[in-house]
Design a binder for this molecule. Structure first.
Ligand code: IPD
Length: 283
């Protein structure tokens, strides 16, 4: 069943990826803002989510839906599709190429409630990167794959370097006070690793861990749609994906790292204060 769900995730994410990339005007306007003036929505975020919602309702009418822009619609099957219609919206706005469509299907602990990463099980997911022509996908227990112009191959995350040699990706939320905390963590972590990257699309950061393009990724304050598909791709490729305490992902922050690196990065993040109680939601 998870394989069938993967196929659905790939098909709808590809359709939305095509819409988003083919329909990008030369000048993208901000349609509205959400949590802060820097947390923007473009008309294409809304159009992409509408396509995903309509298509999933057609092929999986019993399932629920949770989208970044349109909120939660509970279903009757116990499964919910969790979608980010454009992950990396700020990159998209500026014409930078690192953006993606992220689609996952989860079994929530309470099917009537909004799915919560702390308690859900992600069954399948796809991350489509239209600029690179790359489709990342995973099915729980079925492995992670990358499809590009050269074909499809299974992904196996490398075991990882020592901390001092690690290339670590991270991201920042939109809340100014949280950003100040995240900047303080960066200042303490940067001297201890090879380098840091801020690509601007969490789903692509997680897929990069799966492919060994970075050694690790961490971020605090992610939303369910940012992490659902990418975390499964990373985990199914053999990376270790947890929260900042080392417990199952989805609680307090997200840390995805190659196997040997993960415990060392967790300690370094704790030393840097990454898990300290902070502002906003606990994630
Ligand atoms: C954002 C991106 C970014 C991450 C932010 C997310 P959005 O998602 O994934 O890399 O650092 O936390 O909110 O707003 O572009 O869908």
């Amino acid at each position: 069943m998870n394989e069938e769900l993967r196929e659905v995730a790939v098909a709808v994410a590809l359709a939305a990826g095509e819409l988003v990339s083919a329909g990008r005007p030369d000048r993208v306007e901000v349609a509205s803002t959400k949590s802060s003036p820097t947390d923007v929505v473009t008309a294409m975020d809304t159009a992409s989510e509408q396509l995903l919602r309509t298509e999933l309702a057609r092929v999986r009418p019993e399932d629920g839906f949770l989208g970044e822009e349109g909120g939660h619609r509970p279903g009757r099957s116990g499964l919910t599709w969790v979608v980010d219609p454009i992950d990396g919206t700020v990159n998209y706005l500026y014409g930078l190429r690192a953006y993606a469509v992220s689609v996952a299907v989860v079994r929530a602990a309470d099917p009537a409630a909004r799915p919560d990463p702390a308690t859900w099980t992600v069954l399948a997911g796809a991350v489509v990167d239209p600029s690179q022509g790359e489709t990342w996908s995973a099915a729980l227990g079925g492995g992670a794959r990358l499809t590009d112009a050269r074909g499809t191959r299974a992904l196996t995350a490398p075991t990882g370097p020592e901390l001092g040699q690690a290339l670590v990706a991270t991201g920042f939320g939109y809340d100014a006070r949280r950003r100040a905390e995240q900047a303080a963590v960066v200042a303490r972590l940067l001297p201890r690793v090879r380098d840091l990257r801020r690509v601007g699309a969490a789903s692509l950061d997680l897929c990069s861990v799966a492919a060994g393009r970075v050694d690790a990724y961490y971020e605090r304050g992610l939303k369910p749609w940012d992490l659902a598909a990418g975390a499964l791709v990373a985990a199914e490729a053999g990376a270790v994906v947890t929260d900042f305490t080392g417990a199952a992902a989805g609680g307090h922050g997200l840390v995805a790292a190659s196997r040997d690196l993960h415990p060392h990065l967790l300690r370094a993040l704790a030393d840097a204060g990454a898990g300290d109680p902070g502002v906003g939601d606990p994630g």
